[in-house]
Design a protein. Structure first.
Length: 177
């Protein structure tokens, strides 16, 4: 397995993949400095995770499901069956969130690339302002980009909105009595 990326998230994914499946895992940073803390480096070494910082020059394979050969200019080629691209979010469309004053994640990132902080229901720091998909991020968990995760947060947001609407409607009906 190979994780392609130079971010702390990419590094964390290598640990997770090794811990879940116990297979050889490579971190291919494509020219970036290896990410992570001393703790990460110790774990990577203990797990035998190979970190290759050299830029990738070629991927090749005969057909879907075949082993993939990854080639580099200088480093020996490697063969992997699976690869995960973890290059980060390119652009988060958070203009509206910034206009309404929603809290943004990762202060070290330029404002236009920052995700919007949400709770477990998908609600931002602005009451009633919900965010689903790649634009939202919880502080208490790693970023999950899978489509089923976005669907789950969408369902949670709709459930919360619906619950609030029904509760408000009931209060109005009871107030008329």
């Amino acid at each position: 397995m190979a994780v392609i990326g130079g971010s702390p998230t990419a590094a964390e994914l290598t640990l997770m993949l090794y811990e879940r499946y116990g297979n050889q895992v490579y971190l291919l940073t494509h020219g970036a400095e290896p990410p992570g803390t001393d703790e990460y480096r110790k774990l990577a070494e203990a797990y035998g995770i190979r970190i290759i910082t050299e830029p990738i020059t070629e991927f090749s394979g005969r057909q879907v499901g075949d082993l993939c050969c990854v080639r580099f200019a200088e480093h020996e080629e490697i063969f992997v069956k699976f690869g995960l691209v973890a290059l980060g979010t390119h652009r988060v469309y958070n203009d509206l969130a910034r206009q309404v004053g929603a809290e943004l994640y990762a202060e070290e990132v330029p404002p236009e690339r920052r995700q919007i902080v949400i709770n477990h229901q998908g609600e931002s720091s602005v009451p009633g302002f919900f965010v689903v998909g790649d634009a939202g991020r919880r502080r208490d968990e790693i970023t999950m980009k899978q489509i089923y995760t976005a669907q789950e947060y969408a369902v949670r947001a709709v459930d919360t909105i619906d619950h609030r609407r029904r509760k408000a409607r009931r209060r109005l009906l009871l107030a008329d009595d």
